[in-house]
Design a protein. Sequence first.
Length: 429
Amino acid sequence: MRRLFLLSVFTARVFADPGSAVCSPCHAEIVERFSRSRMARTAAAESPGNWSLGSGAIGKSYITFLDNFLVQSPRSYFTATRSYGLSPGFPNAQTFRPVEEPCLQCHASGVQLVKGTQNQYPNPPFTQPGVTCQRCHGPAAHHSVNPAKLPPERRDNVCEQCHLTGAAKVTRAGRNPYDYQPGDRLGDFVSIFVSGAQTNATGHAEQLAESACKQGAGDRLWCVTCHDPHGGRKTNTCQGCHTPDRCHRGPQCESCHMPKAASKDAHVAFTNHRIGRPAPPPRPLRLFWNAPIPPRDLALAQPSIPRLERVEPKDAAVLTQLGQLYDQAGRGADAVRVYREALRLNPAEPTAAANLAIYEAQRGETAAAEASWQDVFARYPGLPGPGLNLAASQLRRGDRPAAIATLRRLLRFHPGHAQAREILNRLTR
Ligand code: HEC
Ligand code: HEC
Ligand code: HEC
Ligand code: HEC
Ligand code: HEC
Ligand code: HEC
Ligand code: HEC
């Protein structure tokens, strides 16, 4: 699933988020209270060029610059065991993962992605660590949006921008998720598909939607019924709608109806928000919001050749995904055709360029192939395939120093890459 939205290159609308300070002359109490909340403290500068993500209630992950790329460290801190361990989702401790995943979209504000890339940032990469007032109230320059006064779908969207991932998240054609502002409809920027599995932190919105309580209460019940968005939780929230004689089992309603699960993964919801419902078996993907499913987005969320072939018009993301399926099916001529078309629409598309180069090399167009791998590897050192192909091509034409430099760079990002290490050892013995 990951590659689907990772490899669609978008440009960020950079607006320097001035942070909460600009609101303090008039809203000092809220600014002070919010500054102590987990959301405000969910990222912090540890040392120059080095930040932690997470308030530490559950744990912390670390990001730092490697060359000019922002990477996530393979080691995270886990508060429950007070120890360091492998970051969730990492295959081993010998890999730095370029921050291509939108960690910063949820953990920082005023993110300044370099135009036309999805993994290069200036230093510092964001103007404000953590969640700021503007993320829920809109840019300071405009009239502040009060989420509670928005129509229910747009109101809920404010929290869903960071508390809903679902089973697949697909950027809408021609859209950029960084452009969403409170008051907009989130579904105009991303299609979020759910399957009932609710396996991540962002399961809160999904679980709540599934609960018998939410289904009974409708739009009256939302996150802010129980949570103070400026920090802390409200008490006796159930009693606002249920009289105590509704259930005679005790006053601590949540302890039974919203049990906590023990989990080490920072991105698994702890408190079950499916009030009054047992866990369901997984179901086919459907859109989280009650809206028609865009066929393009479903085809990207659940890729298959027939589904992708039916999509019109085909953009670079659709064509690249289709090319990979043609590759797997051994349909080389079709793959070449759609990769070329993808690159015509988006010359910066890395997967199409790197895979097309494999076919070029097979046809003997080695110079063109090497130039493509060189270009993709320069922009995406986190993709080991283009790096290995580049080194092999450099070796074939006898340029040992270039191959050694390529492998050394690959190993900076993947210190544990056995194949690259082995070839480098042979070359430098
Ligand atoms: C110069 C003083 C001032 C500054 C600075 C200021 N506000 Fe306000 N804000 C007010 C006043 C006064 C009200 C109440 C106005 C009203 O009731 O219509 C208010 C109301 C609000 C409301 C409620 C609006 C509604 O319709 O319910 C929000 C939300 C808000 N401000 C957010 C912010 C945020 C976020 C910032 C910083 C980016 C900010 N304000 C900066 C003075 C200020
Ligand atoms: C869609 C929004 C979103 C994205 C993307 C995201 N996170 Fe999170 N993250 C959250 C939320 C929400 C929580 C709180 C979960 C909870 O309390 O159950 C969280 C929790 C965490 C925590 C634990 C914080 C604590 O409470 O101590 C860490 C560490 C973390 N995230 C790191 C990351 C990293 C690294 C990435 C990128 C690989 C990432 N996150 C991507 C929303 C997001
Ligand atoms: C996580 C989202 C979120 C963040 C971040 C946030 N707010 Fe709010 N804010 C809300 C919501 C939701 C409401 C409506 C609350 C309600 O009606 O119960 C609100 C209401 C307000 C109001 C009007 C009602 C009141 O409580 O006085 C002001 C003023 C306000 N916020 C200012 C701020 C300021 C200043 C900051 C930054 C320090 C901030 N908010 C950060 C979500 C947020
Ligand atoms: C810009 C991203 C973002 C938005 C918007 C956002 N959150 Fe969060 N929220 C986070 C992250 C990240 C965390 C994890 C904080 C940490 O590191 O512990 C979190 C944590 C929380 C927590 C658990 C911590 C606590 O203080 O109890 C609650 C509750 C919460 N958010 C509610 C909301 C609500 C309600 C809204 C909408 C009004 C909202 N959030 C909007 C990113 C966001
Ligand atoms: C009916 C009440 C209720 C509603 C509605 C609700 N929550 Fe919660 N939430 C809770 C309770 C209770 C906890 C556990 C709090 C604690 O331990 O202090 C919790 C905990 C959390 C946490 C902390 C991590 C965890 O899993 O324990 C986050 C994040 C969170 N809620 C987000 C949300 C978001 C986002 C929404 C809206 C989609 C939402 N909640 C709606 C009651 C509610
Ligand atoms: C905004 C109002 C509202 C709030 C707040 C609320 N509920 Fe509900 N809840 C309802 C409504 C309405 C229904 C459906 C009618 C009914 O069963 O009472 C319902 C249904 C339920 C059900 C399912 C009942 C069944 O028939 O299966 C449970 C369990 C439940 N709520 C528990 C809670 C708990 C626990 C809390 C606090 C954490 C809570 N509710 C907070 C309005 C609310
Ligand atoms: C000690 C655990 C416990 C506590 C505390 C508790 N409940 Fe329950 N509640 C249950 C169980 C178990 C059921 C029956 C569930 C079932 O039959 O599926 C139930 C049933 C319910 C129902 C559905 C009743 C119906 O008509 O079928 C509601 C609504 C409800 N509880 C609300 C609350 C509220 C509100 C509170 C707090 C005032 C609360 N509960 C406290 C365990 C608890």
